[in-house]
Write a protein that binds this ligand. Structure first.
Ligand code: SF4
Length: 423
């Protein structure tokens, strides 16, 4: 039997899909890159934006065509499936299951009679890369930001025991993995559930434990919430070594009133103060952010504050999204009153500032030697990777560099990357 997995969305979904693959390969299913050849198609969906939901709806038509050639085709939908608007999806798929239930996938598709219990995160994944691995440390979220569906889909925060996380990473390092991403919707609320609440292992401690694992690898994590970004975490990040100098700290808005309505309990001044502290302690730190433009009621003046934040903070990268209401969230009950055109204009304006600051930051690397992990190949001799600071790097070399750590001298810079020559 052959299976095909389609995954949309964030690294957490990619990681979940790797667990789906592990369960299916345990049943001797073989993965096929061709949807048309599959006996079973599993879609790990994302509901964060309507466009991602629309893509899944579009797939349902394709399934109908494949089913004409293969009437035995089974289809399963999992991942972030929002309860509202589920009807069309339930009708289009044979099974719609909660990601936490994937241990029961064999029973659901009729390959097993036993029900399996236990946490789905303890399934050993079928990693999709041979050198970079996503390791979830927690799932769910307690924050209920007004625009976000995550707490409704993934439920409340559940952390994985540190022992389990360390053992997964040790195994990866033994297999020569070079990059470990610690994942969570809100990593700095991590709290080891197996330790007493008084001395529970929290995120900075976990990060320290991971960095003590012997081996040649880098540690990255995503994403922390600005409201509980602590001095202790800055201190641990400052230890450097395997912990890479890259931080994605989602600000979401550059105006206090918009932040308040988003239910993000911090001010722009507090955010800036965290950034200042981190840059003081770790001068080579690269910082990216996530921001929404056109949140309900965001005035031109409030948007100007987001522009000011971008100008002052000089981000290395930013993931800018135009607001779109998601059913069931608090903001979906607010009037979506910033016109589409205006949202696009605001996104463009922020992007222009980002382009300028990112280029300025990248130019500082020219003439310097950087370390990078090569993660992709453009053509026979053109390679792409990420520096330790998570800058995209382009290198020409006839050698096979895939999955290798390299040292290179930076010879050129654009807003979105560095050109470098192998040392
Ligand atoms: S902290 Fe992140 S995952 Fe949690 S509700 Fe807010 S945006 Fe969503």
């Amino acid at each position: 039997m052959k299976y095909h997995v389609i995954v949309y969305g964030c690294q957490m979904n990619i990681s979940d899909a790797e667990r789906v693959s592990a369960v299916l390969e345990g049943l001797n299913y073989k993965r096929t890159p061709e949807m048309n050849e599959a006996d079973l198609i599993v879609v790990v969906m994302c509901s964060v934006r309507q466009s991602a939901v629309d893509r899944v709806v579009g797939l349902i038509e394709k399934f109908k065509k494949i089913r004409k050639l293969n009437p035995g085709l089974k289809t399963v939908l999992t991942g972030c499936v929002l309860k509202k608007g589920r009807k069309i999806l339930i009708e289009g798929f044979d099974h719609v299951i909660d990601i936490k239930d994937i241990k029961n996938l064999p029973k659901i598709i009729g390959e097993d009679h036993e029900k399996n219990s236990g946490d789905y995160l303890d399934i050993t994944p079928k990693y999709s890369s041979k050198f970079s691995a996503n390791v979830p440390i927690m799932t769910g979220c307690n924050n209920f930001c007004a625009y976000c569906v995550v707490p409704y889909i993934r439920g409340r925060e559940i952390s994985r025991p540190a022992k389990e996380i360390i053992s997964e990473i040790k195994n990866l390092v033994k297999k020569n993995y070079k990059e470990i991403w610690l994942l969570g919707q809100n990593v700095n609320s991590y709290k080891d559930p197996s330790t007493g609440s008084g001395q529970a292992i929290k995120f900075p401690e976990l990060l320290k434990m991971v960095s003590k694992i012997p081996g040649n690898f880098w540690i990255r994590f995503t994403s922390p919430h600005p409201k509980d970004f602590t001095e202790e975490l800055i201190e641990v990040m400052g230890m450097g070594g395997k912990i890479t100098p890259y931080l994605n700290l989602p600000v979401q808005a550059g105006d206090d009133e918009v932040l308040r309505r988003m239910n993000r309990p911090y001010t722009v001044a507090q955010y800036k103060s965290s950034i200042k502290k981190i840059k003081r302690e770790i001068p080579d730190m690269c910082i990216s952010t996530d921001i929404i433009v056109g949140f309900p009621g965001e005035t031109k003046k409030q948007f100007e504050n987001s522009k000011k934040l971008f100008e002052d903070t000089k981000f290395d990268m930013a993931y800018i999204s135009e607001y779109s209401p998601r059913p069931g969230t608090a903001s979906s009950k607010m009037e979506d009153n910033v016109p589409h055109q205006e949202k696009t204009k605001r996104k463009y304006e922020l992007n222009e500032i980002l382009k300028k600051t990112a280029l300025e930051n990248n130019k500082k690397y020219i003439g310097k030697t950087v370390e990078a992990l090569i993660t992709g190949q453009k053509n026979k001799t053109a390679w792409v990777g990420k520096t330790k600071e998570y800058k995209t790097i382009y290198i020409e070399s006839p050698k096979n560099l895939m999955g290798k750590f390299i040292k290179a001298e930076v010879i050129g810079a654009t807003p979105w990357g560095l050109k470098a020559a192998l040392k």
